[in-house]
Design a binder for this molecule. Structure first.
Ligand code: SF4
Length: 444
């Protein structure tokens, strides 16, 4: 259990030497108790105290990694219940199943479909992060063969799904180098599964139908030498699962209850594609660290990945693009020049509308600290000076022969002052960027 600041203080050297950056040992102890400092910041703490304090300083939810190389994924180490309190750190990993009943061409097509589940959204690549090989056949040999085939066909992180220790043991031998997540150990199989996980250095999923049973199970697995554990609260309804995950998050964060201080996984393989998408999205919100689905329909995966992206962005930092001139198409000296702000959503909306017009253009992105046009204007982050400065910095006058600047219709009121500040003719564009194609063809 967590130590209080005073309990931690008793274990520190009490010299107030300030090497940790804190004015006193007591101040450092308080920071440590609130998980705002790292123990290694104090160079003088004794080995004996280190042991006790390391446990207190450990994150309330363990970080668990699986997969290798660029496609290694990590889950857990969250610090808050609600993202507005700080932010969520490690995005939910979306995995897709591959049945070990598939082989040959069918298996190849399935893996190709999973590898292709990549999308671009507001300038970022979002994609499926894991392949879950499922032992549907019941045969250890078929499971091992499918796991080996998956390893050869994708670099995505792998999850081996079987409740049979024999099957997991057969499959993990050939793919241990890929550091798969092993799923699942139950109360009946925990000893054998923990041995396989420990011997192959793989993280292990603990599965039970109640939060209490999960806590008992993780204790057993940890005692058997496996530290990297993921919790599965499957076998219950969605509402029970959501309430179980919320309980797990609250007990690990608020009470620092170590047996539940692990990331979570859910398997959403029942129901049609639409049901899987809706269920997965609910679980991404509360609080599944890994969600495995059966569908490979892009229309279902895109909303899941979009939800992950939205939930895991830092609410205190608007998503921004670099302020500079963007060339869309191959603009020349007679091409239109327009400006917008560096709020990602605003920029990418403008970008796609300009691209849809097929009129090669220059889009000047003004630094408004990631705010949209109207918000920036009302906060005085978008005015004639910021636009003129951005134009000068980007040397816009060297790009085109004309001196005409298209401005967003919502800030038409800037026209006069902007004309004075830049010496350019101001053309008021449409309020909505969706009207840009029409505007560029008919007015420009
Ligand atoms: Fe105390 Fe250690 Fe910080 Fe020095 S470095 S003030 S001994 S906690």
């Amino acid at each position: 259990m967590a130590l209080t600041g005073l309990e931690i203080f008793k274990l520190l050297p009490k010299t107030n030497c300030k090497k940790c950056g804190m004015p006193t040992c007591l101040a450092f102890a308080m920071q440590l108790a609130q998980k705002r400092a790292r123990l290694d910041a104090c160079p003088d703490v004794s080995e004996e105290a280190k042991k006790v304090l390391a446990a207190a300083a450990a994150p309330p939810i363990r970080l668990v990694k699986f997969g290798v190389g660029d496609n290694q994924v990590q889950v857990g180490q969250e610090t808050v219940m609600f993202r507005h309190e700080e932010k969520f750190y490690n995005p939910t990993v979306i995995g897709v199943t591959v049945s070990d009943k598939l082989s040959g061409e069918a298996l190849k097509h399935r893996i190709e479909a999973i590898n292709a589940l990549q999308f671009e959204r507001v300038g970022a690549r979002i994609s499926v992060g894991a392949v879950a090989v499922v032992n549907e056949s019941g045969s250890a040999e078929a499971f091992a063969a499918a796991a080996a085939a998956v390893k050869d066909s994708t670099s995505l992180a792998m999850i081996l799904v079987s409740e049979s220790p024999d099957a997991i043991s057969a499959a993990v031998g050939g793919v241990a180098a890929a550091a798969p997540l092993l799923a699942c150990a139950t109360a009946e199989t925990s000893e054998a599964m923990a041995r396989i996980a420990r011997d192959n250095n793989c993280p292990l999923v603990a599965k039970a139908e109640s939060v209490e049973a999960l806590a008992e199970l993780t204790d057993k697995i940890k005692t058997a030498g496996v530290e990297d554990i993921v919790l599965s609260h499957n076998g219950s309804s969605l509402s029970e699962q959501l309430s179980g995950f919320s309980k797990i998050r609250a007990l690990s964060l608020k009470k620092n209850f170590r047996p539940l201080g692990y990331p979570t996984v859910s398997f959403v393989t029942d129901g049609d594609t639409d049901t899987q998408a809706a269920t997965a999205i609910s679980l991404i919100c509360k609080y599944s660290s890994i969600v495995v689905v059966e569908t490979v329909e892009p229309y279902a995966l895109l909303p899941m990945l979009t939800m992950v992206m939205n939930v895991f962005t830092d609410p205190q930092k608007p998503v921004q693009v670099e302020p500079k001139v963007y060339t869309l198409g191959e603009p020349g000296a007679d091409s239109p020049v327009m400006f917008t702000t560096n709020f990602s959503l605003t920029y990418y909306t403008v970008e796609s509308d300009v691209e849809a017009s097929r009129v090669p253009s220059y889009v000047l992105v003004v630094d408004t600290e990631g705010t949209s046009v109207l918000t920036a204007y009302s906060g005085d982050k978008l005015n004639e000076k910021t636009v003129a400065d951005a134009m000068a910095k980007a040397k816009v006058d060297e790009l085109v022969k004309h001196r005409k600047l298209i401005i967003p219709g919502y800030v038409a009121v800037m026209s006069g002052k902007l004309e004075e500040a830049t010496g350019w003719e101001i053309m008021v564009g449409p309020r909505e960027s969706s009207m840009l194609p029409k505007y560029l063809h008919e007015v420009w």
